[in-house]
Every structure is written in C-alpha cells, then in structure tokens.
Design a protein around this ligand. Structure first.
Ligand SMILES: [Zn+2]
Length: 319
C-alpha cells in the first residue's frame, strides 16, 4: 500500500494577528508543506478571509502536484468559537472577527469541510498529538507570550467547557485587588505572568533603580540578563515563574494532568525556566494532585498551531 492510501491529509491553518501560517499535514503528523502569508488583521474581515482562501489554494496546489487529496481544513483562530466549531463569536485583535461564519465562508470557496477552534487550543492539541505531550492523555498547555492562552486535554479530548466557552487559562484570578486585565477583570494570571507583564515589571524595577538600557527590552533580553545574574532580571524572572507556578497550581489541583506543556517564545529560554516554574508549582499545588505532573517545554515551536489545527480536522472528521 502506498503512502497516499495509508494516510489521510489535512490542511492546517494557524491564524495569528500578524501572520497566517499554514501547511499540508499527514495524519501521522508529518508536515509536508508549509508557508506563511500576512493576515492584514487591521483591514476588514473580508480581507482576512481572502488571505485564508489564498493559503488554502496554495496548499491545494502543492497537494495536487504531489498527487495527494486533503480531505478537510482545520483552522486555529484567536477568539471564542461556538460549539459547532464554525462561528467565531468574538476576537479582539482581528477587524470584523465577531459573530463571523468563518467555516461557511471558507467552505463555499474551497469546497472542503472546515473545522475551526481557538488558536491556543490548537497549539495544545498539536503538542499532545505530535509534540511534548504525545503518548499522554491528560495535558494542560499554556502559551506564554503577549497574553496567555491555553488548552485543557482530558482523556485525549480537548475540553472547552459547556458551549465551548471555557479553557481561558490566562484569566485565572490571581489577585483580588490587582491590575486590570485585557479581559476587563482584575488580577488575572495573564496580567501578571505574560511576557508583556514580565517586561513591564522589569522596566518598572529599572526605572526605580535608575537603570536604563539602549536595547529594546524583550523577554529574550531579560533572559540574557538573567543568565548574566543581573539582579533585576533575576528578581523579575523569579517573580514571573512564581506567578505562573501559582496559576498552574490551581489548574493542577483541578485536573491533575500528566504533563503541563509551556509554549511561547520564552519557553525556549532553557531548562532553568521550566524547572523554576515546576518548583513554584510544587510549592503551591496540593502534593497528591501534582504527584503525576511534569512541567515541560513545548517542542513544536511555531508549527504547533498548524499541526494542531490539522489534528483537529482529523479528529472532527472521524467522529
Ligand atoms: Zn483576564
């Protein structure tokens, strides 16, 4: 039997605020083709949809050259997705991305079935199917970046809560009197432990200490200073890991996962970062709840979204 018959093929799309990453994925997780297009999120919903359709067409052209027929399309998009996995209910970083029948719009033009879901959920699913948590059934994923997104996988199934309204892991309340969060609430994990928050806290400390830098302050720069034992960087990173560990402890006490996978650029800082989070997690979690839990860094990097969205299509089509 040749590969074309042995495997299924899906188009996976990771829609971000800046770029659309997309590719052709085989059912064993092999990424056969990948490409990138600008999102143009500040224009209109129609512009973004047209760009998504271009992404599908490019992938279809490649598939045709290879003699492969993709059966469907999975899309990870920012925002809350309805329970039929067809409509974006709301997302704040793409123009017109509200009550949008996204799956219909793509299906009508491309002629393939489409399943959509939240972008961070798709990354988590990718890591569980093909990355850092493959072979594990109970997994939490947190993507630490501008914000914090995540995924909950229970018994190998993505958990979205009733009506697919949940799994907003960045918005676990940490402090009752804290800073205002992007969601409108106060003191959320995201407002304290995102890379944006880390940079803010580092800059505040530098300001008080009267220290300035010529470079643009980024997560990567703070990590570099941490490795050079710069006291403000050490204090800021330790606090960042403490906030993350405390937030994750709350989740571990509820879900008792086998793996907590940390994604986002900062998760590639090195083993010290993951170990620091794990130490803080174990400080705050109920020991019996955390006994089977290991924290690890994501493995799929910026391909997690494409692979996860394809896996979503594989799973939905076989139900
Ligand atoms: Zn929030």
């Amino acid at each position: 039997m040749n590969d074309t018959l042995k495997y299924k093929y899906a188009i996976g799309i990771d829609l971000g605020g800046t770029f659309i990453k997309f590719g052709l994925v085989r059912s064993d997780g092999q990424l056969l083709y990948e490409n990138i297009l600008p999102t143009e999120a500040d224009k209109t919903a129609s512009t973004v949809i047209a760009n998504l359709i271009s992404a599908v067409k490019k992938t279809q052209e490649y598939a045709q050259e290879q003699g492969v027929i993709p059966f469907g399309i999975g899309i990870g998009t920012p925002g809350i997705i309805d329970r039929t996995y067809r409509i974006v209910l709301e997302a704040n970083n793409i123009a017109g991305w509200k009550n949008l029948k996204l799956a219909d719009s793509i299906e009508q033009v491309c002629g393939l079935p489409v399943w959509i879901n939240n972008d961070a959920s798709m990354m988590g699913l990718g890591e569980q199917a093909f990355g850092a948590a493959r072979n594990y059934s109970d997994v939490l994923f947190l993507s630490v970046g501008t914000g914090i997104g995540g995924a909950i996988i229970i018994n190998s199934k993505l958990f979205g809560g009733y009506d697919n309204r949940g799994a907003e892991l960045g918005h676990i309340p940490l402090f009752s009197d804290g800073v205002t969060c992007s969601c409108g609430s106060i003191g959320c994990l995201e407002a304290y432990a995102s890379t944006t928050a880390l940079i803010q806290q580092f800059e505040n400390r530098c300001l008080i200490a009267g220290i300035g830098f010529l470079e643009k302050i980024t997560g990567k720069f703070i990590v570099k200073l941490y490795q050079e034992q710069h006291s403000i960087a050490v204090e800021s990173i330790n606090e960042h890991c403490r906030f993350l560990g405390r937030g994750i402890a709350g989740l571990v006490n509820i879900f008792s996962p086998q793996r907590v996978v940390i994604g986002g650029g900062i998760s590639e800082s090195g083993s010290f970062y993951i170990e620091n989070i794990e130490t803080e997690l174990n400080r705050y979690a109920v020991p019996s709840c955390a006994v089977n839990t290991e924290v690890c860094a994501a493995q799929l990097g910026n391909k997690a979204g494409i692979l996860g969205a394809s896996q979503w299509a594989f799973l939905c089509s076989s139900e």
